[in-house]
Design a protein around this ligand. Structure first.
Ligand code: ARG
Length: 462
């Protein structure tokens, strides 16, 4: 059992089959810099508790620094005998500073409080990366909105023409959920920051007079775990992080789906830039929205990572169980997925070219101005129940005649209802319709300009 962290009570080494199952270095090695930072803070705590001399601390700090540099240079890798990142780094530290000094570092800590702490620090780092990538996408949507502030398009419910809206309004509707995802990351971070598990030991805390608050402080936390069992057993911070990544994936997928639809010949709303779309190996004419399709697909993967994690955690008794080693790969995958997806997706959105003439032409079609007739009647004093009936009758008449609402003659309007005087034509354009929806949150150009400013202000404070 040479080289193992737990050999003492075992007469023989583990079977190769157990080794193969147990090993986690192929995925947890990316945590090495975080483990080294934790070790440095722990060495300081041992020194403050009088358990390391000045020179032992200096030697350990030097050794940890060497490992840090070698890792950064790509010159540090676990070997086949290493079980996990913690064991590998201890072996390397012993090689560097000798067993007498190196062997003192493990006092008062366990891989259980170690892994819980450094996984938190790792995810906190990546929450910042993801937050900034999400804000890049938000800003790109905002800039597309700014470039199309007065373009009308068909707004839809049930994927059917509903009411005209501004393209900018629609694009910003995709930005707000992403802003909330960034808020969620920030909320999550504040919660995680308050709870550094180092000092919890295996589950019961430490008898060595260590100072968990000092360690927490050194690792960038605002506080340490109030309960050592919770400190080592809790993984809701992982699940919550996975939820936010899944929600972001779902939010992105809703825009992705629209880009896919909009770029079809039938819709024809948008053209993808050549550098952000792909061709077909057999059909020479093809230009495919692969980025949007991958975004749509990866949302499923992000949801799967969350679901798998929740299944692992369900009914798990306190405190640490080895099942918890299964918490890392899904969340690493969620981080990697979004970190590769978001730059591509943002580039695609940035280079979308909208066919504004087609959008404007389609905006009033499909009787999307029927609500405007009803609301015009209400403003003229008709009860809405009657107004809804009258506007519905206009639609029925148009369907019979195969025309759109604005093509009805004054006589045809008057036949449907004497209340429908020729002035009703004032609201029978998409531009008139959007301009009239000028309450807060509405699609009127004046409100959408304010909304854009509000969004950018919000983003500036995130
Ligand atoms: N590699 C483990 C994990 O990822 C940490 C080690 C704890 N192992 C143990 N036998 N207590 O959770």
């Amino acid at each position: 059992n040479e080289g193992k962290l737990w050999g003492g009570r075992f007469a023989g080494g583990p079977s190769p089959e157990l080794d193969a199952l147990s090993k986690s270095t192929h995925f947890d090695w990316r945590l090495a810099p975080y483990d080294l930072a934790g070790s440095r803070a722990h060495a300081n705590a041992l020194h403050r508790a009088g358990l390391l001399t000045e020179s032992e601390l200096a030697e350990l700090t030097r050794g940890l620094g060497v490992l840090d540099e070698r890792y950064a240079a790509g010159d540090l890798a676990p070997d086949a005998s290493d079980e996990d990142v913690h064991g590998a780094l201890e072996r390397m530290l012993l090689d560097e500073v000798g067993a007498d000094t190196g062997g003192r570092l493990r006092a008062g800590r366990s891989r259980n409080d170690q892994i819980a702490t450094l996984f938190k620090v790792f995810l906190r780092d990546h929450s910042r990366v993801l937050g900034s990538l999400l804000l890049d996408l938000v800003e790109t949507l905002a800039s597309q909105a700014r470039d199309h502030l007065d373009v009308v398009m068909p707004g839809r419910t049930h994927l059917q023409h509903a009411q005209p809206v501004l393209l900018a309004h629609h694009l910003l509707a995709h930005a707000w959920p992403l802003v909330r995802d960034v808020d969620r990351l920030l909320d999550w971070d504040a919660r995680v920051a308050a709870d550094s598990p180092y000092g919890s030991g295996a589950l019961a805390g430490s008898s060595l007079g260590l100072d968990p608050t000092g360690v927490a402080d050194e690792l960038g936390f605002t506080g340490s775990s109030p309960n050592s069992i919770d400190g080592t057993a809790a993984r809701d911070f992982v699940a919550e992080f996975a939820y936010v990544t899944a929600q972001a994936g779902v939010d992105i997928s809703r825009l992705a789906e629209e880009v896919i639809l909009w770029s079809t010949r039938e819709f024809g709303f948008v053209t993808l830039h050549d550098s952000w779309s792909t061709g077909s190996s057999i059909m020479p004419q093809k230009k495919n929205p692969d980025i949007a399709e991958l975004a749509r697909g990866k949302a499923g993967r992000l949801i799967g990572n969350l679901a798998g994690l929740m299944a692992t955690l369900k009914a798990l008794p306190l405190a640490y169980n080895r099942d918890l080693q299964e918490d890392k790969e899904p969340v690493f995958d969620s981080v990697d997925t979004l970190e590769v997806l978001l730059p591509a997706f943002t580039g695609m959105v940035e280079t979308l070219v909208f066919d504004t003439a087609r959008l404007a032409e389609l905006a009033p079609q499909g009787f999307s101005l029927a609500t405007d007739i009803a609301e015009w009647l209400v403003r003229e004093g008709t009860p809405f129940r009657v107004a809804h009936e009258v506007a519905g009758a206009c639609v029925r008449r148009c369907e019979e005649l195969g025309i759109e609402l604005h093509e009805l003659t004054d006589e045809q309007f008057a036949e449907i209802s004497p209340s429908l005087t020729p002035e009703v034509r004032l609201v029978l354009t998409a531009e008139g319709s959007v301009a009239s929806r000028d309450g807060r949150g509405g699609t009127a150009p004046v409100r959408v300009r304010e909304q854009l400013a509000e969004l950018l202000e919000r983003v500036a404070t995130q």
